[in-house]
Each structure stands twice: as C-alpha cells, then as structure tokens.
Design a protein around this ligand. Structure first.
Ligand SMILES: [Zn+2]
Length: 131
C-alpha cells in the first residue's frame, strides 16, 4: 500500500477523508490549523471538530495565471459546509467556465494525489466536486 500524507494538517485521510477544524469552546467559531486565541471572541480553548464533506458553493473565481507548474485555468471556490465551516478550495470535475458553475450548487469533498516523493509517498490534497 502506498503511504499517503495530507497536503494540509487539517485534512484527515484514511477510509473516510474529511476536514477537521478547531472550534472555539467559548463562541463556536471554527478555524483551520492551530490558533493561540479565537479571532472572534479572544477565547483560548479549542476542541477538534469534524466538518461535513458536503456543502454549497458560495463564491468562485476562475484562475488563469499561477506559479510555474500549476495548470491553468482552474476554479478556486469558497464552500459553505453543511453544519458550519467555510473553506477555500479548488472546485474540480467541472469545466473551468463560468457557465459550468452556479452559486449554491451542491459540492462534495474529494481527494487526489498532488505529488509523489522519491520513496513513493503521495501527498494528498482536497477539493470539491459537484455532488
Ligand atoms: Zn471564540
């Protein structure tokens, strides 16, 4: 079996890939990655919370210029996850054309390999595809 590592720390892999946020124990605000304090209320205690793999497209842009080696065009979206949480991620599995996307369309988390090191370990990223 190929060893896999998540591209970002808040992506949990395994049989059921999903995102994990840090939830402020005082006000419920959600953040990715570690925080010293809540940007909403200043609270300092957080608990891990699994986020839904489904949501809706809030906003998107089609990117036509990127760093060397990054294929363009691609769709960068803002996704409102069911049950809470907002994440910026690429929308995949659609033509990168405005006519292919609709605000509010249902999306589902997907994962894919973005690179492999010399030992065969795969880096796994996530995006959202039409549900
Ligand atoms: Zn808070």
């Amino acid at each position: 079996m190929t060893l896999q590592v998540p591209y970002v720390g808040y992506l949990s892999l395994g049989d059921d890939p999903h995102l994990v946020a840090n939830e402020c124990e005082t006000c419920g605000a959600l953040f990715f990655d570690r925080r010293n304090a809540c940007a909403s209320c200043g609270g300092r205690n957080f608990a891990s919370r699994r986020l839904a793999n489904s949501g809706v497209l809030r906003a998107f842009t089609i990117v036509h210029r990127a760093s060397p080696g990054v294929a363009v065009p691609y769709v960068s979206g803002i996704v409102d996850l069911d049950g809470g949480g907002v994440v910026k991620a690429n929308v995949v599995g659609v033509d990168p054309e405005p006519s292919s996307l609709t605000l509010g369309m249902r999306l589902q988390l997907t994962t894919f390999a973005v690179g492999t090191d010399a030992e065969g370990t795969e880096a796994i990223a996530f995006g959202y595809q039409p549900a």
